[in-house]
Structure formats: C-alpha cells, structure tokens
Design a protein around this ligand. Structure first.
Ligand SMILES: [Zn+2]
Length: 383
C-alpha cells in the first residue's frame, strides 16, 4: 500500500506529465554556467543515428565519447542544459538521452540500444556537435515503390495464444485464433505496402507468450509502433454490446475500460508465478504512463487514425479511443496501442471478425491506418 502523500505527489507528477509538451530531461540540474545545451535532436537514416547537440554559445571543449556497454557518454565541461532540450525525435527513434551535471561537467548519457556501435563526433560550426552512431546493419536499398519510411520497424502482437485462449465467441471461436489470423494477414499486407519497413511479430504460431515478453521483443527489435490485437467480450453472452475500440495506456477512467483491462490482464494467470505484476495497481500505471509521456501523443494519434479507418472500412460500430492500465503495454518504449477489434460475445460482431471477408476488411483498415500514421510520423520528424 502506498501512503497518501506519495499518492498525491504521484498524482501531481501525472498531471504535470499530461500538461508537458516536451519530454523532460531526466536528472537535469541547474547549471552555474551561462553556456547551455539548448537542443538535442535525433535522426535515423540508413541505420545511422545522428544526434545533433546545439548550445546557446560556443562549445569550448568536449571529450571523446566513451562507450559503456550500449551506453554512450559525452562529457562537456562548463556546460549546462535546458530542461526541455531533448527533442521528442529521440524517444521516437528509441534513443534515451539523459543528462547529469557532475561539478562543472555536463555528462550526456545516450542509450541507442546497440552494443559495440561505432561512434564519431564532429563539430558543426562553433555551437553544435554531431554524434553519429552506426547501428551496424548494412544500408538497405530502397524498395519497389522507392519509398523508405522513417517508421522502419512495426511490431504486431497477436493477443493470447497457446494455453491462454482469451475470450470464447458465441460462435465457438477463440480470441487467440482470431488475433493470430488478423496479425499474420496484417504482416503480409504491410510487407507489400511498406517493403522497407520491418514487421516484427511477437508470435506467429499458437504459442503462449508472457505479457512482459511481448514489449521486450518490441523494444529489442527497435520497434517504432506496437499494436496489440485483441477481441472484446462481455461476461454474459450473447450480449448486445458491439463495435471496435482502441486503448492507450493510462489509468482507467471508467468501469467499462477497467473491465476490459482486467480481462486482458488476466492472461498473467497462465504465466509462471512471478512478482513482475504483483503490485501492479493504479499508482504503478501512473508511473508507467509517465515513462511513456514523450510518445503518448503518437499513441493517441495512431489510436484515433485506427478508429477512423475501421469505421470507414467496416460495419463495426466506432466506440472510439479509450484508456486503461494494460500490463502488455506497460514496458513499451515506443508509441503503442491495444486494439479491441470486435465483440466475440456479440453474434453479428463475432461472425464478422471470424469470417474471411470481415478479416480482409479489418486488415485493410489496420494497414491503411499504419500507412497514414507513417506519413504523419515522417512529417513530424522532418519538421
Ligand atoms: Zn485479449
């Protein structure tokens, strides 16, 4: 149990997270120095990460970057940093940038997620440094349509699997089978539409994958978008509730969202006993939500795109974007959503989402939403 004052300060932090538009720099402190880093921006081109560090005045000196595992340390003497210096482009490329002031030396810690990367640092005028981190992979040729997306890795998560069947439909189908069918078709469709974008699956067969492992796979693959596919269900069936809805990770606001989260989170009962989710309560959801604040806008953007394209391309009722605490989304270091395609407890919805024509419509809608999102993502990063 957590005491009241901590609860209150978590609440304040949560409110400030909601109202902060720029990702705050972790560990930053006020510097006595007048010279400050004003911006840190990340770009990813052909597997080379470029990090541009811009100061308010001349950068007099810097130390050669030090590699420590997958972390890169850059030390800048007599330098401070603005609180909002780290641009959201870094979080979107799964690059964590934090800073710490040790006496008069500013230490930038850059986690680009790659061990043994090659790092080079060069000056770009007197006020800027450019750090290039090679992710090691070969430069890929552009695809048939000549379009190379900045949204280079998409992770598709077919909910449930193996011993965890998920919801059972009024027509006898299991959620785990419907989610896998949709995920495999979506994978193939995306490979055609976006040949240069890597599509990573958390499962491709009827196997059980632990909830934490799903975002671990996504993070290790350097995913830029995580889509967890599910089917909704009511406790009694048949039930009139119907339609599709998309969830983002945030503390639940209503009983209906809490019901959905509790049903999806119950997958942990099939995992080996562990303490991983033991204390997962509202406070922890708040903390996890804060950790995702730098890309939550993008989760929302994708969620609303997805609802829009499904409403346009299927007979399913649009239940909109909702929020709740889903264990499967907690660990994601990228924009992420949980998509409840349709209600298996509703006769019409269940027959639509288990039919091949219904699944084709759903996959078309999802892939359209992803392509539209890729375009907006690109525009934002080019700004
Ligand atoms: Zn589910």
């Amino acid at each position: 149990m957590i005491n009241k004052s901590l609860q209150f300060s978590l609440f304040l932090l949560f409110i400030s997270a909601l109202t902060t538009t720029q990702p705050p720099t972790l560990f930053s402190q006020a510097s006595p120095s007048a010279n400050r880093i004003e911006s840190v921006r990340c770009e990813l081109i052909n597997d080379v990460v470029t990090i541009r560090i811009i100061a308010s005045t001349t950068i007099e000196s810097f130390q050669k970057p030090e590699l420590s595992g997958s972390e890169i340390l850059v030390r800048l003497p007599d330098m401070g940093i603005e609180n909002d210096a780290v641009h959201e482009s870094c979080a979107l490329h799964s690059i964590a940038v934090s800073s710490k002031l040790i006496r008069n030396i500013l230490v930038l810690r850059i986690e680009a997620g790659v061990a043994n990367s090659e790092v080079e640092i060069t000056r770009d005028g007197s006020n800027a440094l450019v750090l290039s981190v090679s992710r090691g992979a070969k430069v890929r040729a552009s695809g048939a349509n000549g379009r190379k997306w900045m949204l280079d890795v998409i992770v598709i998560d077919a909910g449930h699997g193996g011993v965890d069947g998920g919801a059972e439909g009024v027509n006898g189908v299991f959620e785990k089978d419907v989610t896998l069918q949709l995920a495999l078709q979506l994978r193939d469709k995306l490979r055609t539409l976006m040949p240069d974008t890597k599509v990573v699956m958390t499962r491709e067969t009827d196997v059980f994958v632990e909830l934490f492992r799903r975002t671990q796979i996504a993070n290790e693959a350097g995913g830029k978008l995580f889509v967890s596919i599910h089917c909704n269900s009511m406790p009694t069936k048949p039930h009139p509730a119907n339609g599709c809805e998309t969830y983002i990770l945030r503390p639940g606001r209503n009983a209906d969202a809490a019901r959905v989260a509790s049903r999806e989170n119950s997958s942990v009962q099939f995992e080996k006993p562990n303490k991983r989710y033991g204390a997962m309560d509202e406070e922890q959801i708040i903390v996890a939500t804060m950790a995702q604040r730098s890309f939550v806008r993008f989760s929302e953007l994708f969620a609303s795109n997805l609802q829009k394209t499904v409403a346009q391309n299927s007979p399913l009722q649009n239940r909109g974007v909702n929020q709740a605490g889903f264990y499967v989304l907690v660990g994601a270091s990228m924009p992420n959503v949980l998509f409840e395609t349709a209600f298996l407890s509703n006769e019409k919805d269940a027959s639509f989402i288990s039919s091949s024509s219904g699944q084709t419509k759903m996959v078309n809608a999802m892939s359209n939403a992803i392509v539209q999102y890729a375009e907006k993502y690109q525009e934002t990063l080019n700004k």
